[in-house]
Write a protein of this length. Structure first.
Length: 106
């Protein structure tokens, strides 16, 4: 009987640990999108996946001023050192590509 009691306590402790990790604030913080103000617009990166075949390509979901855009492919082969001023001022596709590519590690 004592052995069964110890097993039950161990299982309960494991369950509490798993639930604590599941509902931890760190897991919720990781889900927040990365946002940046560009040319008077709020640009947020909602999702990103790297291509397995072409490692310089990323498929990213971007939200501009709370309007979600469809997932697009961004070529990050030639990464800019910093965001170009004229691209940021116009908020064109080049500026969004530079924003996405600036967030991925080299």
């Amino acid at each position: 009987m004592e052995h069964a009691f110890k097993r039950g306590i161990t299982a309960l402790a494991g369950l509490i640990l798993l639930l604590g990790l599941w509902f931890s604030p760190a897991a919720k913080a990781a889900a927040k999108p990365h946002c940046q103000a560009m040319a008077g617009h709020q640009v947020c990166l909602e999702s990103i996946r790297r291509s397995a075949k072409y490692t310089w390509e990323y498929r990213a979901g971007v939200r501009v001023d709370n309007e979600t855009r469809p997932v697009q492919r961004y070529d990050c082969r030639q990464r800019p050192a910093k965001l170009e001023a004229e691209a940021v001022a116009q908020l064109n596709e080049s500026a969004i590509r530079q924003f996405v590519c600036s967030l991925v590690a080299r």
